[in-house]
Design a protein around this ligand. Structure first.
Ligand code: G1P
Length: 298
């Protein structure tokens, strides 16, 4: 079945990047000059999604304002005759149909997805987590998962090989032996949320892009709090194993993390270097830096 909707959970407290996120939603922190969530929405739109549902919480109003009209700004730009920036504003405001719903308390990723139930209805949908950015200019990551779902049905989850010592940061796949429906797509036997390296069933990790069937909602309702005392999406998906196919898809593209201060900074730099208008200035600055002296790093 065709995937028309996508959910973006944006209700988290963002404690890993405090104090930046004390009053500003972490989804609004810019990479170069664009809020992180705008890249994520662009990926959904470029994948063919028509309706985006953002799950927010208190202190997240800036996200709604960003995608709404801004008459004062438009009037000021019109007065200045700055058509380029006016066009940019219009593109943001007309990007997609966006609905907002709230998660009243931080009860976990699975619970946040459950909040979108009425807006999604009885159809398959995409999920994009804003801490993960995936760059593929030809075929966005979500599109790749949608193609697998539209061919093989079931739930499809983005997969990436990670170093064994990092399994504690991710959901990790346990794959069925034998070939999957194509060389990059594997049948999932089980999923483990954030296992220790020696308990991880593989090195293949869940990255924050999913296509889920609406069966996930009833599954999440039955899911008890798991890791961290929260209702985990991974646990909800686990309960669907055996009732419908669950696939891990090794996507093509480059994945960037923004969830902690160092990855946020390096991803911001990488995104600035991808921009023809910003790259020359950033490169000139990088070239001007004296060679790093190892002793300074202690
Ligand atoms: C979430 C998921 C985890 C997944 C990760 C990808 O964890 O629970 O399974 O591997 O996103 O970024 P979080 O990073 O929100 O703790």
């Amino acid at each position: 079945m065709r995937v028309r909707k996508a959910v973006i959970p944006a209700a988290g407290l963002g404690t890993r990047v405090l104090p930046a996120t004390k009053a500003i939603p972490k989804e609004m922190l810019p990479l170069a000059d664009k809020p992180t969530i705008q890249y994520v929405i662009e990926e959904a739109v470029n994948s063919g999604v028509e309706h985006i549902i953002i799950v927010t919480s208190r202190t997240k109003r800036a996200i709604e304002d960003h995608f709404d009209e801004s008459p004062e700004l438009a009037a000021a730009l019109a007065k200045k005759g700055d058509q380029r920036k006016l066009d940019m504003l219009r593109r943001i405001e007309e990007m997609a149909q966006i609905s907002f719903t709230r998660q009243p308390a931080p009860r976990g990723l699975g619970h946040a997805i459950l909040m979108a139930r009425d807006l999604v209805g009885d159809e398959p949908f995409g999920v994009l987590l804003g801490d993960d950015l995936v760059v593929n200019d030809e075929r966005p990551c979500l599109r790749q998962l949608m193609d697998v779902h539209e061919r093989d049905g079931g739930c499809v989850i983005a997969a990436l090989d990670v170093p064994r010592e990092q399994t504690r940061l991710y959901g990790v796949f346990d794959l069925e032996p034998g070939p999957g429906p194509d060389p990059r797509t594997h049948r999932v036997r089980d999923l483990v949320e954030k296992p220790a390296p020696d308990a991880a069933p593989s090195n293949l990790a869940v990255i924050g892009r999913y296509v889920l069937t609406p069966d996930i909602f009833a599954a999440l309702e039955r899911t008890a709090p798991g890791a961290g005392g929260e209702i985990q999406l991974t646990d909800g998906i686990r309960t669907l194993i055996g009732t419908e196919p669950i696939f891990a898809h090794e996507f093509t593209g480059t994945r960037y993390d923004t969830g902690d201060p160092v990855s946020y900074l390096t991803t911001s730099l990488a995104f600035a270097l991808r921009r023809p208008d910003l790259a020359p200035g950033v490169k000139a600055f990088l070239r001007s830096l004296p060679p790093l002296d190892e002793t300074e790093l202690d």
